[in-house]
Design a protein around this ligand. Sequence first.
Ligand SMILES: Nc1ncnc2c1ncn2[C@@H]1O[C@H](COP(=O)(O)OP(=O)(O)OP(=O)(O)O)[C@@H](O)[C@H]1O
Ligand SMILES: [Mg+2]
Length: 252
Amino acid sequence: MSTEPILRTENVRKDFGSIVAVDGVSVEFYDDEIVGIIGPNGAGKTTFTNLISGALPLTDGTIIFDGEDISGLQKYKRVRRGLVRSFQIPQIYDEMTVFENMQASVLSRKQENNRLFMPTIRDSASVSETEQLLELFNLEAHADDHTEHLPHGVRKVLDVAMSFALEPEIMILDEPTSGVGSREKNAVMETITEAAVEQNIGLIFIEHDMELIRDYSDRIIALHEGRVLADDDVAAVMESEEVNQFILEGGV
Ligand SMILES: Nc1ncnc2c1ncn2[C@@H]1O[C@H](COP(=O)(O)OP(=O)(O)OP(=O)(O)O)[C@@H](O)[C@H]1O
Ligand SMILES: [Mg+2]
């Protein structure tokens, strides 16, 4: 495991009026681990990851990425540094094929901005990078398919693959398998986590399905009412009395 955390939050807080959605969260993430975030509805999971990505401003606290304070940094600048939230930056265009969507994402990074544009420049570097990413995510067979016809799980994988084109150090996924049929969920998680391990990219994923959490996380952070209830390896969190009382028994 890496010796230094790539990402650290210190006493991070978010208020919405009188609601304290995130209440003093201090946690660390490494660039070579997969961390599952669990907690009941309203626990603050999405808000917490929105604070990390810069989608929401902090009420209080500090976020350190790669040794630097990024607490006030704009979202797109965090993306450039390698802190990427999926289902956020790249949009899938239904009138384009899987290959064209993927290439647009590769080109958007090469242009050093986050705006997508039609991939009219078919330079060989972007073509080979696009092919590599499609292979990494087992999408080669779908390369020429228009995305509107893709099975839902494949579409989710494409969305994550397009975020990988932005070359993250760490990637945040909020319920990556939501809306995916239960039989397809494992395949989606398997593909995403294998790609992350192969590319040495850290993953933070929010998930309600405890089987997926158990099967694909190295570590679990359990949130409850905006606070960290547990932060440990999978077995320890699953056995934690508080996690069982507040989260598992109530359903997540
Ligand atoms: N934009 C907002 N304005 C006001 N309150 C908000 C806003 N976003 C979230 N909240 C509140 O903050 C708390 C945490 O919400 P959040 O969406 O982060 O929870 P969550 O753990 O992601 O829940 P879920 O499992 O349902 O996705 C909740 O009480 C929610 O109602
Ligand atoms: Mg949420």
